[in-house]
Design a protein. Sequence first.
Lengths: 511, 378
Amino acid sequence: MIDSTVVDLSRLQFAATAMYHFIFVPLTLGLSWLLVVMETAYVMSGKEIYRDMTKFWGKLYGINFALGVTTGITMEFQFGTNWAYYSHYVGDIFGAPLAIEGLMAFFLESTMVGLFFFGWNRLSKGGHLAVTMLMALGTNLSAVLILIANGWMQDPVGSVFNPVTMRMELVDFWALVFNPAAQAKFVHTVAAGYVAGSLFVLGISSWYLLKGVHIEFARRSFRVAAAFGVAGVLSVIVLGDESGYAVSESQKSKLAAIEAMWETEPAPAGFNLIASINEAEQKNDWAIRVPYVLGLIATRSTSETLPGIREIRAENRLRIENGVQANLALETLRRDPQDEMARSTFEKHQKDLGYGLLVKQYSPDLSQATPAQLDRAAHDSVPRVAPLFWSFRVMVGLGFAMLVLFAVALWSSIRNNFQQKPWLLKWALYFIPAPWIAIHSGWLVAEYGRQPWTVFGTLPTYLSASSLSAASLWGSIAGFVGFYTLLLIAEMYLMFKYARLGPVALQPNQA
Amino acid sequence: MFDYETLKLIWWLLVGVLLIGFAIMDGHDMGVGTLLPILGKDDTDRRVMINTVAPHWDGNQVWFITAGGAIFAAWPFVYATAFSGLYWALLLVLFALFFRPVGFEYRSKLPNPAWRSAWDWGLFAGSAVPALVFGVAFGNLFLGVPFRLDETMRSFYSGSFWALLNPFALLVGVVSLSLLTLQGATFLAHRTEGALQARAKLAGSVLAVVLLLAFSGAGFVVSRIDGYVIQSIPDVGGVLNPLMKEVVRQPGAWFGNFNKAPVLWLIPALAYVGAIGALVALRVGRTLFAFVGSSLACLSVILTAGVALFPFVLPSSELPKASLTAWDATSSYVTLNVMLWVALIFTPIVLAYTGWAYRVMAGTVTRDYIKANDKALY
């Protein structure tokens, strides 16, 4: 018997630990390239101020990096501790990118980070720059592989179910690597990290300028961050759009929920700018709409229709019914591999095997499932609309606000008059949290939007968790949240202290 | 290129390589962490110790992460069953490990003695606790772990955390703790000087003796307890799940592989050679040899345990036929094959740049060096 409290608590713990982890990751992704830019300027120009910039922002990078590593250790093992059935069921595919991440990317990043901090006097200028570049490369390669893994959860390509081992198995490695869902996600996600890194540098530099301290240092940092930020934010938006297109191909339920699109509309569908969502009656009480936009973004055409939530549920109801047949045939086949009828039923409905598993939440014995239970499974096959609808809009809204901020910052850098614009400097300072809010909203859209699945169309979340007790889960959640919060307080304390100190922190006898 | 059976065997070896790599590399900075409050008499001493591993601990820790990832990719059954079953043991390791990255990075960022002392104890716990728990976990493998698998291959664990802390498992915990700490002591002996170096040599000598005693004691117990033997299994080169075999328990069965192929006795013998070699080398002041001897002990102790258990990876005391083995707990042929290529390509690259990083940072860390680079060092 599966304890649904344990499933819910496992989700809570995963969400909490993953979100803590992703406080630190974006800054690492973005700052590492900014360090490369600054150090390249140092090597090419020979100006010491660029070396000091690299060292100072590198110090803040290190403070952040330590907690990124700490919270990352958990992620590598948490699939096994808390999602044991998931790990069994898809580990054949999902484990590969994780292992490759360690071997190919994390080793590189972690070895180079040591040389970055301690190798200044032992490496040539060019040698140290190479180390910094390899560190940034490792960081970004890490992200590629993690997003290949996550992309597969969104769109499980290149794999097939094996009845002997009772799990999904890899058949096409390159399909996994070049999964369009993963590629778009990768650029979208790392570029969001570049934006976070840029806004961090832009905001703190602005603070120095507002205070009138470390002027030359802050001016140069501001310029680098503004330029890098514009490139980052443009990539985020373009690839976010590409991600939307990929979602519309693979996860129509997520798209429909993001858009609160209850009914199928004639193409091209309109976009709900904002709406009052009525989950119970499956409709919007009112909405402000922009015609055509959604259809154009999601289908890249004016003629293709997008299914609404009601239609998706009806389609899923059929797939669930077929999936139950597939599961029952599989049970028969496991008892008697010679049963030809069961084999042909299984082969016919195999693609809906996962949909049949959705019913196990309501009827553990599928042969006893009632039509009402199948209806419920179909209803729950689309996630709740309001959280997705709003978090998506927060993400996009902040994305465009940051585009404007960086555009103005870059323009002012070119005109060289940003020091005369305290409103811009304040905007940059107070907007430091914006990328983080947008990023977490984005992950909520990606992960909550995939529900009720851990692997879309393949493995329901309900079946994925470990067979643990609720007491264990409460204990571990308390442990994670307690430790992480303590460490986060230490981190923030040091971050603020060193950011306030500014580049003088590099001089002896300070601190 | 390889058939499925060979691939399964290669992956058993590769997981072993990762664990050995972990013990040698992460082992020495965990050893330094464990010795930190014991050998470091003042703040400068402790900073000397920390800075011998400062540029490397992060890269070394990836051996642990990668071993986790490789077990996920190559042995998903093991990854799922072991980590969920031994839930609190693994969480204890993770919680302890939290203090390492932060401890290293934050400790010397503030001069406050209370702040530094708190992180020193964090580094100690983050090093000693995992080193002990890994051995305790290994010890429990020899005793069998209480879990079963149902028809859908879902695993259920019926033991408790406290049951893991039995005397035999704790003895194996002493083996792993003394092994990794010896690794740290020999490393410190090689990279420090003066009074601190003398203390590291002394600690290393004591640890080598403890290791020899605990390893011999554990071996003696293993010869007396029930081991697991596969009675029947379909073609090991085929697609299997763990419930397709029959397993029985027999006294002394963990010595079966050594008795079948006596040449394998060389492996535990090498553990003695390594530990005694480290001891002698420390006494005569050949610190690099001591580190090599200690590393040899890491390799052969882990390999001894692996060979004794082979082909078992996670024996089940509750339902012996559900035991996970190198034959039936693995990934598919395609995954093992792809991952082998990945390992063949990237492991040498990792070793190359790790070696380079050690060369760049080579040399003795002195008290004067710490004082001269107060702000730039940990």
